[in-house]
Structure formats: structure tokens, C-alpha cells
Design a protein. Structure first.
Lengths: 211, 211
């Protein structure tokens, strides 16, 4: 697995998260899970201390304040996304094959409820969108990166003539991204996995070239 | 304007909200705005009392507890949605014309930021999806009603041969609903109105019959 010029492969530059689960990782796993369910604002030093039977002062030593904790939880969730989604698809051949692998891995990640509240980033971005600051900025970077990685792969597929030459790649990225987010919303709201079936059907329809 | 058998026209059975802004409406307008921005969990009797310079006991007399306040805010937001979106399109001829009017009014409602945090229902549903109870139930009913109203109008258009006879109306409703929610997400997150342009382009492409 190596950098291949794709936006996706930029994830390889991030520090790999150690397999050994350190105390810090254990704290952040719980923190990200709380945030996916009850929001980043529901994530407080006091609640985390209670849940994990740790001292508040110990947590403050790790993360500083609530904002530091929120930012660390976002970093942790980004690492999980890289491990669960990105690393599974970097071996796929660039173009339509990798694009399909990205969408499939993404839907599987949401469907398996890696975080108990569904997609960490969708929940967090809808919560924080009205609150400018470092936390919103970090969420913008993370979500934009994934959107751009999808558009980048579509562009590659168009140049490789795997998709029609008149494909508007940002528009297609918008649609594929919309289908995945909609299935996360529908599944979280109504608890029915058919939302993922719908997303897959719409994605497949959009990526099938009519001959 | 009259009931015409559409799911949409069921909104007419709801009590019309009075044009005169009562104290209760003034309180709830502020409450729904807080909730759209900071979440239903950010909506507390204490905060509302501070913001509006009212006594907590007065608010408790109106709404009971926090859950009563949350439910009242959802009712209020539903009435706003009916007034801003539904009532504007019930005069449109049923079928593709009304479907287009529904989508257009919906996007305008989000784009104009009727609530300062964007679409009240998308924010609230992603916040409350992990918390079973009366509030989540009310949000399920409200969001499902709108989804079903879209599917109902698509079905009508298919029967009127305005859309291809093999159209899967739930699948098409899924896609149109996804584009609107995605544009709300993108606009709230990145502050760029081109997200609505994208949603409109994708909707138009899906509703144009290829001849």
C-alpha cells in the first residue's frame, strides 16, 4: 500500500494508531461513542470521569478542557474512519473500482454502528455547524477531505473513461455523498436497514454507464 | 385550497396557527430557534427564562417540564413548516407540478434560514435518534409524513404518466429527500449556497423524462 497521488492516500501520512490500546485510546473510544450518541456538547470532563471511574484531574492532564477533549475525540474518530474505511480500499485499483470500494466500506462502517450513535461526523457536524470555532473547523477539514476524496476518484474514473466524459464530478460526488448520509439518517431515525439497500441501489444506478 | 386525497393535504386538518403572535408563540419561536442551533437538549426552562426575561414558574405553567417544552417546540416547528412550505404548494396541480413546487418550497425554506440553525427537523432528528421516547417518536412522525408526502406525489405523477411507469417511487423519494438534506448539511457546514444549486440540479436531472 503506498501513496498513489490520490487524495485518499493522503491518509497514509497520518500517524498510524497503535494496535495496543493505550489508556488515552480507551478514554477517547468512550468519548467518541458518547459524542456520536449524545453530541460533542454532551461530552464533558465530569461525565467521562464518572463513566470511566477516573479522576477529573487525570482527564484534565490528558486533554486540558472540554474543547481539548472534543478535538481529541474528533482526531480519534478520524483515525477510526481511516482504519475502518480508508485502509480497506487503498489496495483497490484507482477509478471506478476504488470508488465502489470507498462507498461500500463507508456504508458498512455506518451499518455496523462502529459508533453507537451512527456516523460520528454527520452527528457532530450537524450539532456544531452553528458554533464557529476550532471544533467546527476541524470537522470541516475532516468532512471536506472525504468529499474531495470521492470527487477525486470520480475524476480519475472519468479520465480513465470508466464514466462518461461529460460527468460533472463534483455533482456526482454530491449525489453519492447525499445517498450515504441519507441512509445514516434514515437508519438512525427509523432503525430499518433497508435505508442502506436504498443507498446502494441509488449509487449503483448512478455508476452504471448506460450503453 | 381543499383536501384532495394527497398525503400533503392532511396538513389542512391541523389547527391553523393564528396570525396574532401570542405569548406562547413568541416563547416557542425562540425555543425552536435555540433548538435548531444548539439542539433540543440545549433547550431548557432556565435558559429560555433568561433569554426572554420571564419567570421559570411561568414557563413551567405553560409547558410543564423540559420534555413538554421540547414537544411544544416540535409542534411549533411543524406549524412553521406547514405555513412556509405546505400551504404554498397545495394550490399547485397534483403530480409533477406539485412535486416540483414541494421541492422548491422546501429548499427555499432551508435557504432562507427560517430557523437560524437551518432545518429544524434534520438537526433535531440527528440529535435525538439515539434517545428513544416521546420526543423521538414525534420527530419520526413529522419526518416520515414529509417523506411519504413526497413519495405519494411521485406515485401520482407516475400514474398520470408524467414520470416513467417503471419509476420506483420510494427510491425516487429517497433520492430527492437525500439531495435536500445534503444541501442543508453542506450549507450549514460550509456556508456556501452552491449546495442548493447542486441539490436543484440533481433534482431536475431526476425529474426530467428522457425522451
Amino acid at each position: 500500500m503506498k501513496a498513489d497521488g490520490s487524495i485518499l492516500s493522503l491518509a497514509l501520512k497520518r500517524p498510524a494508531s497503535s494496535a495496543r490500546q493505550s489508556t488515552r485510546d480507551r478514554i477517547l473510544a468512550h468519548a467518541a461513542d458518547i459524542a456520536s450518541r449524545d453530541g460533542l456538547e454532551g461530552l464533558t470532563i465530569g461525565r467521562l470521569a464518572d463513566d470511566l471511574s477516573m479522576s477529573k484531574s487525570g482527564l484534565i492532564a490528558h486533554f486540558g478542557n472540554k474543547e481539548g477533549l472534543q478535538l481529541a475525540a474528533i482526531e480519534f474518530a478520524s483515525e477510526v474512519f481511516v482504519r475502518e474505511v480508508v485502509l480497506n480500499v487503498l489496495d483497490a485499483r484507482r477509478g471506478i473500482e476504488r470508488l465502489n470500494a470507498m462507498l461500500d466500506a463507508w456504508l458498512h462502517y455506518v451499518e455496523r454502528s462502529v459508533f453507537s450513535g451512527g456516523c460520528f461526523f454527520m452527528a457532530a457536524s450537524l450539532e456544531m455547524d452553528g458554533r464557529p470555532g476550532p471544533v467546527k473547523k476541524r470537522l470541516q477539514v475532516a468532512t471536506r477531505w472525504w468529499f474531495d476524496a470521492l470527487a477525486d476518484e470520480i475524476r480519475f474514473a472519468v479520465r480513465a473513461r470508466e464514466l462518461p466524459s461529460n460527468t460533472d464530478f463534483t455533482q456526482l460526488a454530491f449525489e453519492l455523498h447525499a445517498f450515504a448520509q441519507e441512509s445514516n439518517w434514515g437508519y438512525q431515525m427509523f432503525g430499518d436497514k433497508k435505508w442502506f439497500v436504498r443507498a446502494r441501489a441509488s449509487m449503483a444506478a448512478r455508476l452504471t454507464i448506460e450503453k
